[in-house]
Ligand binder design. Structure first.
Ligand SMILES: [Zn+2]
Length: 134
C-alpha cells in the first residue's frame, strides 16, 4: 500500500503592495493677484483749477512751485462733521461700518505733492476754498 503524498507547496503570498503615502492635502489657494502699479509717474498735461478741487485728489499745478501733479488729500473735521454724523446716524446705522462715509463728512485739504503747501480745502458743503493763488 503506497501512500501517495502530494507535495504541498507552501505558496507564500507575497502581497507586499506599498500603500500610497498619505500626504496631507495640499491647499490649492489661488490668490487673485492684481498688482496696482502706482509707482509710475505720469505727466499731467491737463490740470484743473484749484477751485475745481473736490474730495478726491486731482492733478493741479501748484502756484508756489509750479509742480504739476496729484494733490495730497487729508481729511479734517469740519463744523458740519458732527451734524452730518448725527444725521447719518439717524438715517441709517449701517454707516458705522463704512469708513468712507465717515470721511465723507469731513473737509478735504489738498496739498501740493511737491512742496506740501496747502492749496485748497474742499468743504463738505460743496464749497472749495482756495488758499493759494497765482
Ligand atoms: Zn508746490
Amino acid at each position: 500500500m503506497t501512500y501517495q503524498s502530494t507535495p504541498y507547496d507552501q505558496v507564500s503570498l507575497m502581497s507586499h503592495e506599498p500603500g500610497p503615502p498619505s500626504y496631507p492635502a495640499q491647499p490649492s489657494v489661488a490668490y487673485n493677484m492684481s498688482p496696482i502699479d502706482a509707482s509710475s509717474k505720469p505727466h499731467y498735461d491737463n490740470t484743473i483749477p484749484l477751485s475745481s478741487l473736490t474730495r478726491s485728489s486731482a492733478p493741479v499745478e501748484c502756484p508756489a512751485c509750479n509742480h504739476r501733479g496729484m494733490t495730497e488729500t487729508d481729511y479734517q473735521s469740519g463744523n458740519t462733521t458732527r451734524a452730518w454724523a448725527l444725521g447719518a446716524l439717524l438715517l441709517t446705522w449701517s454707516l458705522c461700518c463704512i469708513p468712507y462715509c465717515l470721511t465723507s463728512t469731513k473737509n478735504v485739504t489738498h496739498k501740493c505733492g511737491q512742496c506740501g503747501v496747502l492749496l485748497a480745502t474742499w468743504h463738505r458743503s460743496g464749497h472749495t476754498e482756495v488758499h493759494l493763488y497765482k
